[in-house]
Design a protein. Structure first.
Length: 390
């Protein structure tokens, strides 16, 4: 009786080395060209979101270019009005920053004084004899120092005062003034590439929307006849996923912002609307959302509250809203369209956060979910889809 053992296809060493080198080159390219790729990813996500609006205007018999221009103009207007509202609230808050800083200093001094009193009381209670000896030593040292000062004064009166030394002429080295152009260049050099790439986002979104059909046809013609339908399904799957993810997160953040603003208004916190928006949308940051969401209301409470129990109540309120949103609302609004298991989400956050920093943490989930959407529609990649899915 012979035992049949399954045979697995073996991969040639040369092919495996080529695969490893290709993956390493792709990771290096993503790292060194991160500003370029981040700009493309953000523009593509905005394009997926605005594409249904373009199709809606095209149903009114508008050409795609005109519909794309109208949608982009409306989007920029909405962003401008939203930014103007935030700027108005933030400018008032900046005017009151000196009062906040003074309030924080007073609170810190009062806390330090209380800690010192508690420490002294505890020291007297635990080691009363040693505390008395320390006070006696300090008092004796002060008396000795005072006696030494008195003796030195008497000795100075008895002795003849020496002539004063000649005045020392101060040599001042005038620093070379820094030109304004160099200062501005030094300050903006680190932000130049970011600002440059960000300025391309509106144009990229417009051209992606207006030339969508042309680019789609050109890309399809590059593929075989059998792969064209797969490419079309993959494109639609990525678009649906991105729209569901971004719009779902926006709705969830808006609900959290409204609920937070209402709660902060009950506590009579200043600028409750601005603080509610910051706290609500900061709650959506993966893993560190809850600590970030607590910071704005805590800073706002420093201006009016002195009791520590108020800060505890505010922190518990933010934590409760965060837990309700992520455990009850997030799976229904966003999670139903992403289908990623928690391990993959954690690894994706680590990978893209290492490559692209903070913006990588925000884009990690939609990028990974987009890769899974492609794997869902490509038959040879469906095992990877099952590995990424839940």
């Amino acid at each position: 009786m012979s035992i049949l053992t399954p045979s697995f296809p073996t991969q040639k060493p040369g092919h495996a080395s080529f695969t490893v080198l290709a993956v390493a080159a792709a990771i290096a390219l993503l790292y060194f060209g991160r500003i370029f790729f981040i700009t493309l990813v953000i523009a593509a996500m905005i394009t997926f979101i605005l594409d249904p609006l373009v199709n809606m205007f095209m149903k009114m018999r508008l050409p795609r270019s005109v519909a794309s221009f109208v949608v982009c103009s409306m989007s920029l207007l909405v962003v401008y009005l939203f930014g103007l509202g935030l700027y108005t609230q933030a400018s008032k808050l900046i005017e009151e920053l000196p009062a906040y800083s003074q309030r924080i200093n007073d609170l810190a001094d009062a806390t330090a004084a209380r800690v010192e009193n508690v420490e002294n009381a505890t020291y007297r209670l635990i080691i009363p004899k040693r505390f008395q000896e320390r006070d006696r030593e300090i008092q004796q040292a002060q008396q000795a120092a005072q006696q030494q000062v008195t003796n030195s004064r008497k000795a100075r009166r008895r002795s003849t005062e020496p002539p004063p030394p000649p005045p020392i002429q101060e040599v001042r080295i005038k620093p070379e003034p820094t030109p304004l152009v160099n200062y501005v260049y030094t300050y903006l050099s680190s932000f130049y590439n970011v600002l440059l790439m960000a300025s391309f986002v509106p144009f990229l979104v417009y051209f992606m929307l207006s030339w969508r059909d042309h680019i789609g046809r050109g890309f399809v013609y590059l593929l075989n006849t059998a792969d064209r339908q797969v490419a079309g399904r993959s494109w639609e799957g990525v678009g649906e996923m991105v729209r569901a993810f971004v719009i779902g997160n926006f709705i969830l953040g808006l609900l959290l912002a409204v609920a937070s603003a209402v709660c902060f208004s009950i506590f009579h916190l200043p600028y409750a609307v601005l603080i509610g928006l910051l706290s609500g949308f900061l709650s959506l940051v993966p893993y560190v959302g809850m600590p970030l969401a607590v910071i704005p209301p805590m800073l706002a409470a420093l201006a009016i509250y002195y009791q520590p129990v108020i800060y505890v109540i505010i922190g518990l309120t933010v934590a409760l809203l965060h837990l309700i949103a992520l455990n009850l609302l997030y799976p229904k609004i966003v999670g139903a369209h992403v289908h990623l298991n928690p391990l993959v989400v954690t690894i994706a956050l680590m990978f893209w956060g290492t490559l692209w920093g903070g913006i990588g943490l925000i884009l990690a989930i939609p990028i990974t979910a987009g890769i899974k959407a492609v794997c869902d529609n490509v038959e040879s990649l469906q095992p990877y889809s099952k590995l990424l899915g839940n």
